[in-house]
Write a protein that binds this ligand. Structure first.
Ligand code: NAD
Length: 255
């Protein structure tokens, strides 16, 4: 229970990687605010299981983010741990990429990270302790076709994280990215129909020849593996790790 007394806010934690991180942090004793969309009954059940509160702020809406951050401070006294994890994807060649999808991906995957961070940092610095963990992606380091907005946003998150790490370095606050390869979550599952359409492939071909093509281990990363690394980054043993972009991609970006 190394995180007893700490407050954690995990954006996009009603599903996939964020939910696994929220569960792992709660398992270490952190008080949780979760965020994200979903069936209200499922969210209530998860809140009861974690002893968490939920804020449904839309990460594309800076005013909603400000309200969520204020609520986290007023009701829980945090966050001490901020996990920027909410993210969406859209797969399309640049020339056909719908501008509204570009704007949504940049807003949710990149600009929201700026907004939560700028609002969380002052209290972390004054407490002399904080952990900012951004779920980036192998796509913060390398590109794939048809993912222009996502690749641009994730490269942006990696750069932003380094800047925050430098600005917060003397204040006991670390800022790092975790960059998974393909993790089996609803976000990946949703890409399959579009990839079938844009590349004219079968479901099995998309899984094996597209998604896992670049992942030398030939298996999906699990959300729990990502959560284990997030817990480590919150530990005192990780206090000198800052400004890092930690790959967890089965060797993808080593190639
Ligand atoms: P997911 O679709 O399972 O979960 C996404 C979460 O974000 C959900 O809780 C959803 O409700 C929330 N969300 C979406 N739009 C939102 C919005 N506008 N406001 C608030 N919440 C919103 O996806 P996942 O695979 O768990 O992805 C989580 C993060 O991990 C994303 O940033 C994604 O880019 C990153 N990532 C995923 C993979 C992968 O292979 N799954 C790989 C690398 C990085």
């Amino acid at each position: 229970m190394q995180l007893q007394g700490k407050v954690a806010l995990v954006t996009g934690s009603t599903s996939g990687i964020g939910l696994a991180i929220a569960r792992a942090l709660a398992g270490e004793g952190a008080k949780l605010m979760i965020n994200g969309f979903g069936d209200p009954a499922d969210i209530d059940r998860e809140c009861s299981a974690l002893g968490a509160i939920h804020d449904g702020a839309d990460m594309s809406d800076p005013a909603a983010i400000e309200r969520m951050m204020r609520r986290c401070a007023d009701e829980l006294g945090g966050p001490d741990i901020l996990v920027n994890n909410a993210g969406i994807q859209h797969v399309s060649p640049v020339q056909d990429f719908p501008p509204e999808k570009w704007d949504a991906i940049i807003a949710i995957n990149l600009s929201a990270v700026f907004h939560t961070t700028r609002l969380a940092l002052p209290a972390m610095k004054s407490k002399g302790w904080g952990r900012i963990i951004n779920t980036a992606s192998a796509h913060s380091l390398v590109a794939s076709p048809n993912k222009s907005a996502y690749v641009a946003a994730k490269h942006g998150v990696a750069g932003f994280t380094k800047t925050v790490a430098l600005e917060a370095a003397r204040g006991g606050v670390t800022a790092n990215c975790i960059s998974p390869g393909y993790v089996w979550t609803p976000l990946v599952e949703k890409q399959i129909p579009d990839t079938i359409k844009t590349r004219g492939l079968t479901r099995e071909q998309v899984m094996n020849d597209v998604l896992l093509a670049a992942q030398p281990t030939k298996r999906f990363v699990t959300p729990e593996e990502v959560a284990d690394l997030a817990v480590f980054l919150c530990s005192e043993g990780a206090r000198s790790i800052t400004g890092a972009n930690l790959s967890m991609d089965g060797g993808w970006t080593a190639a």
